[in-house]
Each structure stands twice: as C-alpha cells, then as structure tokens.
Design a protein around this ligand. Structure first.
Ligand SMILES: [Zn+2]
Length: 256
C-alpha cells in the first residue's frame, strides 16, 4: 500500500520559522527572536569574528508557528508532549473544508468534516483504528497563512463542539489544523474543544482514566494548494521538549 518511492518525496506541512523575520503570530505576543550569544570575548556570530554561530532563540511555542501539543496544555500536572507522542508513522487523511459563515465568524462543523472524510472511509476503517491523524486545511488557502497575524481583528475559523465530538468518536488520535487554535481564539479560557479532544472534563485541570493521553493537536500548519486531499503517512516531528508543546515539522508521504 505504501509505495516506497513516496518515502523519497516528503511533503513538509509546517510553517518555516524565520527568526527576526516575517512570521505568523497569535494573540499579538512577542515575535520569535534569535540573538548571537556572547560570553567574554567570544561571540556566536562568524560575521563578528566568532569561530561558529551559536544563538539564543526566544519564542512562544503556542503563538509563533507550527507546534504540536499534548494534554499537558490544560492540566496542572506537567505532562510532556515528548512522553505523549508515541506514534511515529501515522496513517492520516488530509481534507479541505470551507468553514460555514455565521456572519461574523467561520465554523468547521461535524457535517463538513464527515462529508469531506467520506471518500476516505474505506482507508479509514482499514488503517485508522489504532493510530490515526486528521489534517484539516481551511479554505480559502494561500501563503498569507505563513505570516498571518491572528487576533481580535482577524478571528480564525474554529471547530464546533460536534465536530470535535465526531473526531473523537471516529477514533482519530492526532489532529492537525492551520489555525492557531481548535477553539475560538478568544473563548474566555474555556478551551472546551481541547477538553473534548483529550477527554478532560469541562472546567477541569486534571486528567482522568479516559483521557486520550497519547493524542496530540498540531496547530498553525500550512498545506500548500499543490498538495491534494487524500491519504497519507504522517510523521510528526517535534523537538524532545519536556514541555506541553514543541515546535514541530509535520511531514506527510503520499500513500499509493
Ligand atoms: Zn497551541
């Protein structure tokens, strides 16, 4: 089923993070920055006489670019994405959806997801039972997403409750989206969709025996229009941070 030739053709669906350059942003936080380290006479910049480049990076994982997060994002207990992410090669479906307008906002509903997922139902039932991913590209889609500033003046689409319930009910373990959050960007801190996705009680900061501990959410991806909807093998690449989230570089491979 997996054509080995396709393994030579990885499709990167992350947003490259240009430190000190144009980059996406959520909530108007400080942009990601880099700075050459200095220690005594030593400077981490070859252009300034250093023997090598070594820089200090400052960023806010959840707001400055593509990142993968685990349930530790909403728990008092510090749970790390490195511990939670066990799956390496993940059968995944890429769908494009045109969120429904409510007048002022755009919603991704269960109906939209189900309809776009339907052509892949056979693949899903054959391969998605154990570990599985859903990659959602929102329409319209263009490369302004690489540097988009999300905030009060630019509310991204978000999922309805029933959409997330459908994802969980379908057994999909990993969710990848091109918005900064699967919840409304300003939802008074409820993060209700995150709680449904991980199976954490609403209002709670604790996991329970039914919590989907090995599930992840990846936000602020970018899937170029040249990549077609369909069935892929997904590799979620993260830095091995002992933190609730890590910058990430999801890569997908076409399944023949
Ligand atoms: Zn996040």
């Amino acid at each position: 089923m997996i054509d080995l030739e396709n393994l030579n053709d990885p499709i990167d669906i992350s947003i490259p993070l240009s430190f000190n350059g144009p980059q996406p942003n959520a909530y108007g936080v400080e942009p990601a920055k880099s700075k050459a380290c200095e220690a005594g006479d030593i400077v981490g910049d070859t252009r300034r006489g250093g023997s090598v480049n070594f820089e200090q990076y400052t960023f806010i994982t959840h707001c400055n670019g593509t990142h993968t997060e685990c349930v530790g994002h909403i728990t008092n207990e510090r749970i790390s994405v490195t511990d939670c992410l066990k799956d390496v090669f993940i059968p995944a479906v890429l769908v494009s959806v045109e969120p429904e307008s409510t007048g002022s906002e755009y919603l991704i509903t269960a109906d939209l997801l189900q309809t776009s997922f339907m052509p892949h139902a056979a693949f899903a039932s054959a391969t998605l039972a154990v570990q599985s991913g859903l990659i959602v590209r929102t329409l319209p889609n263009d490369d302004s997403k690489l540097t988009r500033q999300y905030g009060e003046g630019n509310i991204p689409p978000y999922f309805t409750t029933d959409a997330i319930e459908w994802i969980v009910g379908s057994g999909l373990r990993h969710l990848l989206v091109d918005m900064p959050s699967i919840d409304r960007i300003y939802d008074e801190g409820r993060l209700s969709n995150h709680r449904i996705f991980w199976n954490v009680e609403q209002g709670s900061f604790e996991i329970n025996s039914a919590t989907r501990i090995n599930s992840t959410i990846t936000e602020l991806i970018y899937v170029p229009n040249s990549v077609r909807d369909g069935e892929y093998l997904l590799n979620l690449q993260i830095a091995p941070f002992e933190a609730d989230a890590s910058p990430g570089r999801p890569v997908i491979f076409k399944i023949a």
